[in-house]
Write a protein that binds this ligand. Structure first.
Ligand SMILES: Nc1ncnc2c1ncn2[C@@H]1O[C@H](COP(=O)(O)OP(=O)(O)OP(=O)(O)O)[C@@H](O)[C@H]1O
Ligand SMILES: [Mg+2]
Length: 455
């Protein structure tokens, strides 16, 4: 395949192989951009009915636009069969990150929140993913999650009708064992039974994904695919807090609500799920900040006052306007135009100072949160460019620092956003140069053990 062309796509390299075809990196010669091409095996697309349903789903999925969803560019049929052209994602799959233990609790929560956001957008468009699992979520080097393979699972579905539960599970298990689909570990109970699924099936699979990201273990797994399907349909999971004692009970509650056997007992949608996850994230972050001194936390709280969202500005703006009105009325009644000018001048000065201090305030807020990561050595700012030097840059570092950055950029509703460079490759000389320049916001004290001790 390498070096050949499918329609106007030149195949360059194989990226991976899954249950439903091979994925290649390719070049779209018309638009001159790199894409990923997934070539589907003919056995999935030879039935015209099934192919039709799949094409319809893929078309619908291609209309969904969200930063956490790998965009579908094209679905077409070449000489070698039906293929999908999609956004080429750089990075690692969540499966690889879990295996390499590259996600900690906050990293996993951030990836979870991004995935839940993408799912919500797709669900609102009436699209169910049906195959949420760690192989189908990638994390880019700058910490953004991307869901792959939207709409594809439509190809694996039975042709309709309600199959007999037991025989369906057995057929499914046999196909699974035949390595057609991999294992059913992320399926919802209704999916395992061959019943109709809706977006709440994705919420179940999301629960399995989250469980695995924070514990490294699967909630349902048997020695055989049939055992796994049985566990999904009937067995309760071991609480995550029993596997890792330091995981928050609030996260266990979120996961267990995703993993309810009956769809109506789960979260009704990803919006509510995200809101609860966000609370867990906030708790987990403040748990870490307990190590930060009270003074520092107070200072950060003060700084965060500058991080108000546009809606949150309504109150201060209204208060300000009222103040101006009262001052104006006061001075005008006195028929003292000079006094009223002074009053307005004071208010104007106040507003201008707040405006001027906004960027430094936001960068301080970034620093206060970033320095909680133990691997962060230096935070420096030059213009809008933040440089963060870390001991070792792994996925969780990128995921978390970028989440913090997104937070402050989201609070800045005018002006250029901050950009970030995360590096663990600065040599001692480069570090010295960086430290000599202005704009150092934070430098970690080296642990006493590393400093020279008197003999
Ligand atoms: N859009 C993409 N950009 C970059 N790499 C991709 C893309 N899609 C897939 N890959 C890579 O190819 C691998 C195989 O993907 P594929 O979807 O074929 O298999 P899978 O996800 O393991 O199983 P399934 O067939 O059930 O989805 C992925 O694990 C990923 O590393
Ligand atoms: Mg896949």
């Amino acid at each position: 395949m390498i070096g050949q062309a499918i329609k106007h796509y030149e195949i360059e390299e194989q990226l991976g192989k899954g249950g439903m075809g091979v994925v290649y990196r390719a070049r779209d010669t018309r638009l001159g951009r790199a894409v990923a091409i997934k070539l589907l095996p003919p056995e999935f697309t030879k039935d015209p009915d099934r192919k039709g349903r799949f094409l319809q789903e893929a078309r619908a999925a291609s209309a969904v636009n969200h930063p956490a969803i790998a965009q579908i560019y094209d679905v077409d049929e070449g000489e070698s069969g039906v293929f999908i052209a999609m956004e080429l994602v750089h990075g690692k799959t969540v499966k690889a990150l879990v295996q390499a233990r590259e996600l900690d609790l906050l990293g996993a929560l951030e990836v979870g929140l991004q995935v839940a956001g993408g799912l919500q957008k797709a669900h609102e468009a009436g699209i169910v993913h049906r195959d949420i699992k760690p192989e189908n979520v990638m994390v880019t080097p700058d910490g953004h999650a991307k869901i792959l393979d939207f709409g594809l699972a439509k190809l694996m579905e039975p042709a309709g009708g309600s199959p007999d539960e037991v025989s369906h599970m057995e057929t499914l298990a046999r196909t699974q064992a035949g390595m057609v689909l991999g294992t059913p570990r992320y399926m919802s109970p209704e999916q395992a039974r061959g019943q109709a699924v809706d977006h709440r099936s994705d919420i179940f699979s999301f629960g399995v994904l989250l469980y695995e990201m924070v514990t490294g273990q699967l909630p349902f797994s048997g020695n055989t695919p049939v055992d796994t399907l049985h566990a999904i349909a009937f067995e309760e999971t071991r609480p995550i807090t029993q596997i890792r004692a330091n995981l928050p009970p609030s996260l266990q509650r979120v996961i267990s609500r995703c993993l309810r056997k009956r769809a109506p007992d789960r979260y009704p949608d990803c919006k509510e799920l995200s809101a609860d996850l966000k609370t867990v994230q906030r708790e987990a972050e403040s748990g870490i900040s307990a190590k930060v001194t009270l003074g520092e936390r107070l200072r950060e709280q003060l700084a965060s006052l500058g991080g108000l969202t546009p809606r949150a500005w309504i109150v201060p703006t209204a208060v300000g306007a009222l103040l101006v009105a009262v001052l104006a009325a006061f001075f005008l009644r006195d028929k003292d135009p000079f006094g009223s000018l002074i009053g307005l001048g004071i208010v104007g000065l106040f507003v201008w100072r707040r405006h001027r201090n906004r960027r430094p305030r936001l960068s301080r807020k970034f620093t206060a949160r970033a320095r909680r990561l133990p691997e962060v050595r230096i935070v420096a700012l030059e213009g809008t460019k933040l440089t963060v030097v870390v001991d070792q840059a792994v996925a969780k570092t990128y995921v978390r620092l970028n989440a913090i950055l997104d937070g402050i950029n989201g609070a800045m509703f005018y002006g250029d956003p901050f950009t970030i460079t995360i590096t663990d490759e600065l040599g001692p000389e480069e570090v010295r140069t960086l430290l000599k320049g202005p704009g150092i916001l934070f430098m970690r004290d080296e642990p006493a053990a590393r400093q020279a001790r008197p003999a």
